[in-house]
Write a protein that binds this ligand. Structure first.
Ligand code: FAD
Ligand code: DLZ
Ligand code: SF4
Length: 529
């Protein structure tokens, strides 16, 4: 009789995921903590702790259910410290004849599994609304695929927020109601605090010991590490934040990292919550009259629309997608992305929140750190590795299309019909940062001018060839053309001397980020001493 080893990866932590659901009674279930996965980019210590703590709790739950579990702990002497090697070692140890694993969330792992000599079986991951083959069929033959069209297809096929074949509230999209800027007197709900049990405390000490030098603080660790804790976060969001989610979805605060966002992406991505239950809970809140349609539709669109769309794009376009660089961006990452040591207030706060929480909300990622990197011409591989490292919810299937596609426009327009580039004016409108910044957001040139302004016009000039024919960019290129040559030259000089003044991460390559981070951190420490 066949005896499988079921490998459960660190982002597949649901008791009812397909590989576990169909596991025969004699199966050995393996969860493996390995150094290689913690270091291939220098993951934020909170991200590693979240994954290890959730893995250890799931292993215990499986044992409680009478399952045979092998848990490879990071400090075990015989641990190979590589996921695939470790799984194959355990297959021999337990005399198994097959390794079953749910389809991994990153191409690099899938590609390696497919070339191994051992008997690997990849099982379809059904924790999503849209099967990959259905996405492939949807996108087939579409010259200009758009998320909005995919989203309507998904609304129809799931029936979420649909009434007799029509969208609830009479519209597909209520985004025009969702653009309220920050209001300083806004009362924001607190997050639930999760108790650290012995398992979580041991993991926090282990991670501090092995990965403590990575960018990011472990101090405020408050991620849900069990399904029960994740459900408490979901209930809390639905009750306290969802009603205002829409209105303040695009707002940015100098002090509040979460505003009315869900902070549920990490729990969904590692398998503690199912996106279906999250969307259904939001939909029920609308029908109970406890949250308005603009909030509920906006929230469901992020999950049913964007989250499913980016996954479809990733698997449809990989492996070539990772090499795309439509705008020929060439620069390394600004070194301060690893320290937060910058005078640009909006960037400083987004980076500090990232360091403290392994979280920044979407508009911080897109319009602050992302927009700045786009305007500076940071190359995709450098920026993508940073985003993959620093956020607790980051796995390549979701990180790459957002960074390479949505932020850097490096896929030529699959993720957005135009680049999300903006000057300081946008940040000033949506946030309360600028009044606390040493730069003046109203100035474009001069020593106090907000760097986003000259960088913005410089970016438009540099990429006119690619962008000026885009009908959504016509107005802005019209403004650029109407400027006189002296003004344009002054803006160009301002942007170029700002770019020259920045320190950049050293040469890019495997492992160099950590090295770059170490150097940036050490020089910062010296200047403090
Ligand atoms: P909310 O704002 O409350 O949104 C609700 C849910 O919608 C999220 O939990 C998430 O599951 C989903 N969602 C919203 N926007 C997106 C999106 N653009 N793509 C996919 N799902 C979305 N999200 C990740 O889960 N992992 C990543 O690695 C990641 N990297 C990103 C990198 C960049 C450069 C950008 C611009 C966005 C990235 N996102 C990523 C999308 C988004 O920023 C996060 O999902 C969101 O900030 C998570 O916080 P939240 O749960 O409070 O989300
Ligand atoms: C991100 C991560 C880390 C830090 N560590 C582990 C680990 O030790 N074991 C594991 O199974 N998974 C880990 N992961 C997640 C993987 O790197 C990878 O992103 C997913 O397994 C892809 O599905
Ligand atoms: Fe950011 Fe410019 Fe505003 Fe400063 S003035 S916070 S750099 S947008």
């Amino acid at each position: 009789m066949s005896k499988p080893l079921i490998l459960v990866l660190g982002d597949q932590l649901s008791l009812d995921q397909a590989a576990l659901r169909d596991a025969p009674a004699n199966a050995v279930i393996a969860l493996c903590e390995v150094t290689e996965e913690g270091r291939y980019v220098p993951h934020h210590p909170q991200k590693i702790a979240l994954i290890f703590a959730a893995m250890r709790h799931l292993a215990q739950q499986l044992r409680d259910k009478g399952r045979q579990v092998h848990y490879s702990a990071l400090e075990d002497d015989d641990n190979c410290q590589d996921l695939l090697d470790e799984a194959e070692r355990l297959t021999t140890l337990y005399d198994c004849d097959e390794i079953r694993v749910l389809h991994p969330g990153e191409w690099r792992l899938l590609a390696r599994m497919k070339t191994r000599k051992a008997n690997w079986t990849i099982i379809e991951d059904d924790r999503f609304f849209c099967r990959l083959e259905d996405f492939a069929a949807w996108i087939e033959g579409r010259k200009q695929p758009r998320m909005e069209n995919f989203y309507r297809y998904m609304r129809r096929s799931t029936g979420l927020l649909m009434e007799d074949g029509e969208p609830a509230g009479g519209q597909w999209n209520f985004d025009h109601d969702n653009r309220q800027p920050i209001d300083r007197n806004l009362e924001v709900p607190d997050l639930p605090r999760h108790r650290h049990d012995d398992t979580t405390r041991q993991v926090l000490a282990l991670v501090e010991n092995h990965f403590g030098e990575h960018f990011g603080s472990l101090k405020g660790f408050n991620w849900p590490v069990t399904r029960r804790q994740a459900l408490a976060d979901l209930r809390h969001f639905i009750e306290h934040a969802l009603p205002d989610f829409g209105r303040y979805q695009d707002a940015i605060s100098d002090t509040e990292p979460y505003l009315f966002h869900a902070r549920l992406s990490a729990a969904m991505n590692i398998g503690l919550l199912d996106p279906r239950e999250v969307c259904e809970a939001a939909e029920a809140t609308y029908y109970q009259g406890n949250a308005p349609i603009n909030a509920v539709e906006g929230f469901i669109r992020q999950i049913l629309g964007w989250r499913e769309y980016v996954r479809g794009i990733y698997w449809h376009k990989m492996p070539g997608y990772k090499r795309e660089n439509h705008l020929h961006a060439k620069r390394n990452l600004p070194a301060f992305y690893w320290t937060g040591d910058t005078d640009l207030r909006c960037l400083k706060r987004a980076l500090e929140m990232t360091r403290d929480n392994a979280y920044a909300h979407h508009i911080q990622r897109l319009m602050v750190t992302g927009n700045f990197a786009l305007l500076c011409g940071v190359k995709p591989e450098a920026l993508c590795d940073w985003y993959l490292a620093v956020y607790a919810d980051a796995f390549e299937w979701v990180e790459l299309p957002n960074t390479l596609g949505m932020v850097l426009h490096a896929d030529g327009g699959l993720m957005g019909s135009k680049p999300y580039c903006a000057s300081g004016k946008y940040i000033d409108r949506m946030s309360d940062h600028c009044s606390q910044c040493r730069y003046d957001v109203k100035q474009v040139t001069g020593k106090n001018a907000c760097p986003f302004n000259s960088l913005y016009w410089h970016f438009l000039e540099e990429h006119a060839e690619h962008l000026e024919k885009n009908h959504r960019m016509k107005l802005i290129y019209g403004s650029l053309k109407r400027m006189n040559d002296d003004k344009r030259a002054a803006m160009r000089d301002q942007a170029q001397s700002f770019l020259k003044s920045l320190a950049w991460e050293p040469a890019y390559g495997q492992g160099d980020h950590l090295d770059g981070y170490r150097r940036a951190r050490d020089s910062e420490r010296k200047s403090v001493d």
